[in-house]
Design a binder for this molecule. Sequence first.
Ligand code: SAM
Length: 352
Amino acid sequence: MPINEEKLNQLMGKFVADLGATLHAGMAVIGDSLGLYKTMREAGPLTSLELAERTGTHERYVREWLNSQAAGGYVEYDAAAGRYWLSEEQAFVLADEKSPAYLPGGFLVAVSSLRAVPQITERFRTGKGLGWHEHDHGLFRGTELFFRPNYAANLITSWIPSLEGVEAKLKKGARVADVGCGLGASTILMAQAYPNSTFVGYDYHEKSVEIARQRANDAGVSNRVTFEVARAKDYPGMGYDFVAFFDCLHDMGDPIGAAAHVRQSLAPDGTWMIVDPFAGDKVEDNLNPIGRIFYSVSTLVCAPASLAQEVGLALGAQAGEARMREVATSGGFKHFRRAAETPFNLVFEAKP
Ligand SMILES: C[S@@+](CC[C@H](N)C(=O)[O-])C[C@H]1O[C@@H](n2cnc3c(N)ncnc32)[C@H](O)[C@@H]1O
């Protein structure tokens, strides 16, 4: 078959954009960790020398970085004045950690998970897993940075109110477990919003639990929030009013075992909330830019994390509602429904 030149050119155009985006991920991580974006937001238009002086960095590096950012549309450039600045929109997504659209964490997740490419290439041959804890430390911090703004924008105002009777219980005073809590961003947000309730975050990853404790201290909520090392299948305690899993059920080796444990740890009228990546039930539903991100992270992180644990069900980050329902009902839950959604997440309510 002859090559269709138009299709070939389209593919080459896609490649150029993708290669630039791949390298941009590293540029964004540098800009975030050195405070380059934040300084630009505070200072307004700057030369490369001024930005270097303000951030204690070397001008030659900063100039090259600025030009990569300007070429990518992440920074504005005035050629006549030789100055660079962030538009309101660029500042909103790159320099404001409180913004619901703060993006640098996503690039840190990408760069950190890509460090595992050699191990994952090998896992394709052996079929073995790679535990969450075996990844570069940047993945844990990146996940917190990337997910927290999303939780801050949706959890208290939309997701919890979408569940039957949960908000009222939390306001009055409830016992809550946040399982697979990572660095505790969701646990702390809930603790700040519901001062009459008590919260415990569980995660099997010791290092994450240590940082979560520090975060709770810093936020001044450690009197009502504790963090413990425990697995989803055997965390302690009974009679929880509310158990939440944020973006972690699909990472677990035995999600059905976890569901069964949640079921027996809940009060008879308790609620299990599962937040998972947005996905349709069929592969063809997910062949879009967001599905591409999730399937790729899933290949590097989520599926291997599950394969590294007992059972190794490996739901993947695009499991979809039907699979999640199956997991919850196989674990003994009678009631299951989609309670809310965003472009990135599905939120499910399960009740005994
Ligand atoms: C993608 S991270 C999400 C972290 C956090 N919930 C958040 O949304 O920021 C997945 C988390 O699940 C935890 N995890 C994986 N398997 C687990 C298991 N079997 N029991 C408890 N935690 C687990 C990992 O250690 C990791 O912190």
